[in-house]
Design a protein around this ligand. Structure first.
Ligand SMILES: [Mg+2]
Length: 204
């Protein structure tokens, strides 16, 4: 389905979710499910909805353990970035600060992950706010004067839209089947790059 083209976003007004957008967090989840719990059949494509207990045939306690393991300090550092994300963010950071708002409770490990993933970006250009809950994102974004936000959770995007922030839904297996709701969808970081107006380095 063709989404309206949001071009061109001023990077000063843009912020990002991390897990599922910049970080391919579910890659680690799937690896742990296979290697530690023996769910050898599982792939990322099986995660067809955001509520894991509704789409995976895995007991609730094991799912909770898997999610905790995936997000712990050790495994956070093993998360691969989404393809193209480090390149885009490094380029954006030349002229603009990078702002991230995550629903994680603690910012420390995912901030360390960003430092590791974006080694060329000065640390003072990276701000991470841990909201602790997705529904707290909209007020935080308003306080930051953010007008555009990229997130992989459809419900969060709909809440943001309701509160006047323009969401871009980052397409993932867990939101791909959500009914059409008028949200702007971005399929990958090449598409993000098309939507954001970065200064042309050749002209700089
Ligand atoms: Mg996310």
């Amino acid at each position: 389905m063709n989404s309206p083209h949001p071009c061109l976003i001023d990077p000063c007004q843009l912020a990002f979710d991390i897990d599922g957008v910049v970080a391919d967090t579910m890659d680690v989840f799937v690896t742990l499910a296979r290697e530690r719990f023996g769910f050898e059949h599982i792939t990322k494509d099986d995660i067809s909805c955001y509520n894991l207990s509704k789409c995976l045939q895995i007991e609730k306690e094991i799912l909770d353990e898997l999610v905790c393991l995936t997000m712990d300090d050790e495994h956070t550092m093993l998360i691969p970035p989404m393809p193209g994300a480090p390149e885009f963010l490094t380029e954006m950071a030349i002229a603009h600060p990078l702002r991230f708002v995550t629903a994680r409770i603690w910012p420390e490990s995912i901030t360390a992950w960003l430092y590791q993933t974006l080694p060329e970006v000065p640390r003072e250009k990276i701000t991470v706010i841990a909201s602790g809950a997705p529904e707290k994102k909209s007020q935080i974004l308003k306080d930051l004067n953010v007008r555009y936000f990229i997130d992989d959770r459809t419900e969060t995007c709909l809440e943001l839209k309701e509160s006047g922030i323009q969401p871009l839904l980052f397409v993932q297996p867990w939101n791909r089947n959500d009914p059409y709701d008028g949200l702007i969808r971005v399929e990958n970081w090449a598409r993000v790059k098309e939507c954001v107006l970065l200064p042309n380095p050749k002209l700089g």
